[in-house]
Design a protein around this ligand. Structure first.
Ligand code: ATP
Length: 360
């Protein structure tokens, strides 16, 4: 019997709905599996914690997470708190504190989902975007002087280091190598940004030499958006900077049918710290409390969590259950044009996980 300790951080908005759904799924998996157990610890950090204590999480919050095997995170965002506080005070604090430098975002059009690319078959869109998650445009380097004065000035410096670029390139080439097509697109903007992005390109070329069996190309980020829409099948694994990948992965999620489906993993590939798994959507306050939140993004994130823990068979079982449920239009939530509730989708996926266990 293997027991994993999972930290649950629902955060704000619909995070408080999809993370309990994720817990139910893990409990259903444990009940069906026999050899797997999960121990949960919930951390009520986020906007409410900020209102009560003036911080999104306690100062020693990372210490409470350190011994966990993985973190399942909902979202951080609150209409009454500035976005830079909610983001830097919780999600980025964990990502940076635990050096989760590889942010991995798979995109596929799941069975039954009607994506906007009508010309594209489900097999034409099967991507993994690797986002540099520790530096670049979001390194937090910069400042503001003379606030409110006519001479006010502000900077956000995109900082890249050789070590940081090297490790994300190695990770991305390695991931591309592990996928059937062994193809990587390095996203860049070195025509306009002639320092850090030129170094990014140079390091990509150097790391490529370590992976001779990976076919790779370089694409400017602006051209990449058009390629994602017009020639999706030419892409497989992509690696991009923090900002570029942030934008490209929202486009990818929309092209795959809904923001409510897409998962992400914030990985410390060296496994010094727990990695964190979360749906890519935000807090979506507009639909909070209505039971409309699509839990599939959280469920797919759980698939990534299980893969990271080395539980490939359990991960596959959950993914198959998700695909079984998305194939049934009666189980689509509103973001997918249906009327199903979070609870109905959760119940269906859990039931399928149980049924698959009986059959297997
Ligand atoms: P944040 O400010 O926390 O980043 P947000 O509320 O601005 O988030 P998102 O959560 O990123 O925005 O999503 C945009 C819209 O997409 C939401 O307002 C919501 O209507 C819809 N949406 C997002 N996620 C889901 C989901 N899981 N289920 C259903 N609809 C969703």
């Amino acid at each position: 019997m293997k027991t994993y300790r999972i930290a649950l951080i629902p955060g704000d908005g619909i995070g408080k709905e999809v993370i309990p759904a994720g817990r139910e799924l893990l409990e259903a998996l444990a009940a069906a599996h026999g050899a797997l157990r999960f121990e949960f610890e919930r951390f009520d950090w986020g906007g409410d914690h900020y209102r009560a204590h003036g911080a999104m999480m306690p100062a020693d919050g990372l210490d409470a997470l350190r011994a966990m095997d993985a973190i399942l995170f909902g979202s951080a965002g609150d209409p009454h708190i500035p976005d830079h506080i909610t983001l830097w005070g919780l999600r980025l604090k964990i990502c940076q504190g635990f050096d989760q430098y590889a942010n991995v975002r798979p995109t596929r059009i799941l069975p039954g989902i009607d994506g906007p690319l009508k010309r594209c078959g489900p097999l034409d869109l099967d991507w993994v975007i690797v986002r540099e998650n520790s530096e670049g445009e979001y390194s937090g380097v910069g400042g503001r002087v003379h606030p409110g004065q006519p001479i006010e000035a502000a900077t956000d410096v995109s900082m890249m280091t050789r070590a940081g670029v090297q490790r994300i390139m190695r990770f991305a080439f390695g991931l591309a190598q592990s996928r059937p097509r062994k193809r990587l697109t390095v996203v860049t903007k070195s025509n306009a940004q002639r320092h850090a992005m030129v170094m990014w390109d140079e390091i990509a070329l150097q790391v490529a030499a370590e992976f001779p069996d990976v076919a790779w190309d370089k694409e400017l980020v602006d051209a990449c958006t058009a390629r994602m829409v017009n020639r999706p099948a030419t892409l497989d694994t992509l690696v991009a900077t923090n900002l570029h990948a942030d934008i490209l992965s929202d486009l990818a999620a929309a092209l795959a049918g809904s923001l409510g489906i897409a998962p992400t993993a914030n990985l410390d590939p060296e496994r010094r710290y727990p990695s964190m798994f979360e749906p890519i959507h935000g807090s979506a306050f507009d639909i909070m409390g209505k039971g409309w939140a699509n839990p599939i993004g959280t469920f797919w994130s759980i698939v990534m969590l299980l893969e990271h823990l080395g539980e490939a068979q359990a991960a596959q079982r959950v993914m198959q259950a998700i695909e079984h449920v998305t194939a049934d239009a009666a189980l689509h939530t509103r973001d997918l044009g249906g009327t199903a509730t979070t609870e109905q989708v959760t119940r269906a996926v859990c039931a399928r996980v149980g049924a698959a266990a009986l059959a297997g």
